[in-house]
Design a protein around this ligand. Sequence first.
Ligand SMILES: [Zn+2]
Length: 457
Amino acid sequence: MANLDPTGWGAAQRDARLAALLDAARDGSPLYRRRMGKAQRLQELEPVTKGELMRGFDDWATDRCITLQGASAFLADTDKVADGWLGRYLLWTSSGTSGTPAIFVQDAASLAAYDAIDSLRLRGGAPGTSMWGLGRSFAYVGAVGGHFAGLASVQRLRRLAVPPLAPRLQVFSVGMPLADLAAGLQTMSPQVLVTYPSCAVALASLQAAGELQLGLDEIWLGGEQLSATQRQTVVAAFGCQVRNNYGASECYSMACECAQGRLHLNSDWVILETLDSRGNPVAPGEDAHTVALTNLANRTQPLLRYRLTDRVRYCSVACACGSRFPAIEVEGRADDTLSLPAAQDRRVQLLPLALETVLEEEGGLTQFQLVQRSDHALELRLGQGTANPAAAFARAAAALHAFLQRHGVHKVQIVHGHQHPRSDARSGKLRRIIGWTDNRAPPAKPAAARPRATRGT
Ligand SMILES: [Zn+2]
């Protein structure tokens, strides 16, 4: 069974790390001590949700100095991204995609593990090479303005890397108008672009049209699911290698892509259990009812059998690359890039991650769904538990209007949806940004190719 293969590659390291993690959680985390009771094995624990951990935050970590009040006060200052907290921790927050934003505390050991995995496995295991090395220049295009995992990690590397990375690594906001982003990238002319699939696809359309002329060596993608079509679009436009990986705020480096384009689980540092509705492991190739993550790298804020919202399947056929790490397939969320009319008969592309960041960070929402109803109307649905919905809608709509204005979109009405966010009838997935196609309504006039994206963190 792929979930906890007793003889598989990395099993010895995995088992030793798991034993140490269970001991650390039992000894130092009141929350996990209660949950574990007399349980000796990981499989005896009930999977835990993000909400449960956040409600018990002060009892969760194994360092009793870690409190919700202290962490929240630190996180309120967005100038402190990647600063050390309590002199020894890196903090980042997850998005509120499953309704509850969470705070994750990274200790030195977990960061060292993520660094090592990224350097070795994203580089294909080539010895003696650092992924950030070789004197290359890097453009990171991601969510900014908060303590997000991607931004915090990049800013930390800018400070720590030897030789200094800061002059060679520039950060761009994914919320910039695409034309401004393209101009900034063109001026910088990076050799490596690090971003989300939806952003790479939007930039690829400019590159294919000759409006962008980047000479990239590599594109590193993460944070969203990468479809085969998206990969083809990006490779065709930029003509360079694409490296995909799978991580989350809960565990920054879960799986790395091989030369065959398959994701291989870092099973010596991560346990991903695919379970049926009774908590038993499902066979490779089968869909799971619950995906439970155990992060073996972090003993300060333990994550044992944590319920992930992504869908994960173990592949039933061995990967042709020969890697002994198990190949997995991941379905993240399926959010769309919106295409809206702007001045002078232009259309602008609005990336799902940019829209979600605005609605969360400036709009103050955690549970929402934005549905494109026409070229001139967006419906914003609020979660069932939203306090004072009228005021919450007004604040979020104002933030969204301001964002649209910055992108040159001036004639779009935002209406308060009567429904709450709804899952897709076919896939069961809850998408937060829904564009035309899945509204079953044709655009008023043919739109430019509408990139489609899903997002993983
Ligand atoms: Zn492979």
